[in-house]
Write a protein that binds this ligand. Structure first.
Ligand SMILES: [Fe+2]
Length: 327
């Protein structure tokens, strides 16, 4: 079986408890509202020509319905369905029109227990890259990646590389050469998804790409000036891993959003994954400052494939170290 052609991380479906409260936060950050109805809010970045990259859905609990990847062609969905079934993973089809602006979608439970979606077709809208008159907040440009906590990073790494055609840009290894964390990509950047050793499966954050570091600092000023200072959880700072200039925010429901800039090109076939030792503190924060405990401990839970309950969690396979060793 040939690998399916996954293009990139392309949308997240998050449940939130109050759409207006969420809109106020994401609007302040500079997201663009494409559409809304009574139960959904569809948001995108300025650069994005897809209908949305963030679907906020009204729910009773702040959980993750799915993280989603766009594929090259409709028949990649069939290939993926066969592949996941071969690995005894559950699959579920959502028909065209069942979700606003979207064609058919395949949802699966991946081997880590994450609820993952694949789709090919989404309506397109105006790209607002040069509508500088609309730029505000962090001037959010586009979705970049997901970061998930899973109980067996090495197994997730192997499945995504061998079965889904991902490549590894950077990873953290223990002294016994176990993979502790891994940054995997389909588009030629550092990652579309990162897996971190931890209580999982949980979504640690959705990363959005900014055009420059100053946009990230502007976001801090704007958020603080309108009372969202407490939503700034970590940063600004620079990760050694991925070279990201980062800021982590908690939305009004506690979902974590990363504003992100500073990674690099990974397209060349001779690019070799960069290894970081678990005891090198520059991995997590290149400048050396500590992250808050909440960043290590808190993350969003996934809904099951059928959406009736949250996926139960499993302690990580590798021994839990002190919090600064999470990535
Ligand atoms: Fe990230």
């Amino acid at each position: 079986m040939t690998n399916p052609n996954i293009i990139r991380a392309s949308r997240a479906v998050l449940h939130v408890t109050d759409l207006e409260q969420s809109f106020a936060f994401y609007d302040a950050l500079g997201f663009i509202e494409t559409a809304r109805d009574e139960n959904h809010l569809y948001l995108r970045g300025l650069e994005e020509h897809n209908h949305h990259s963030l679907c906020l859905k009204k729910g009773t609990e702040p959980v993750v319905e799915a993280i989603s990847y766009k594929v090259e062609a409709e028949n990649d969905l069939e290939t993926l369905a066969k592949l996941f079934k071969k690995h005894n993973q559950d699959v579920r089809w959502l028909q065209k029109g069942e979700q606003t602006a979207m064609g058919r979608a395949l949802r699966v439970t991946d081997p880590s227990g994450l609820t993952v979606e694949f789709y090919h077709e989404m309506e397109t809208v105006d790209r607002l890259l040069q509508r500088y008159d609309l730029y505000k907040g962090a001037k959010v440009q586009r979705i970049d990646h997901f970061n998930c906590m899973v109980e067996d990073v090495e197994a997730a790494h192997n499945f995504y590389l061998r079965e889904l055609g991902f490549r590894c840009s950077e990873y953290t290894a223990t002294e016994n050469d176990n993979i502790w964390a891994a940054w995997l990509h389909r588009k030629p950047s550092v990652h579309d998804v990162a897996f971190m050793n931890g209580l999982g499966p949980r979504l640690h954050h959705v990363g959005y790409w900014l055009k420059d570091p100053m946009s990230l600092i502007d976001a801090c000023d704007v958020l603080a000036s309108i009372g969202y200072g407490p939503n700034i959880e970590r940063g600004p700072g620079r990760h050694g891993l991925s070279n990201a200039f980062f800021l982590y925010l908690r939305d009004p429901d506690g979902h974590r959003i990363e504003l992100y800039n500073g990674d690099y090109l990974t397209s060349d076939p001779d690019f070799k994954p960069i290894r970081w030792d678990l005891d090198d503190p520059r991995r997590a924060t290149f400048w050396g400052h500590e992250a808050p405990d909440s960043w290590f401990e808190e993350a969003s839970h996934f809904l099951t494939l059928q959406g009736e309950q949250t996926v139960s969690l499993t302690e990580p396979k590798l021994e839990k170290k002190k919090p600064t060793f999470i990535i």
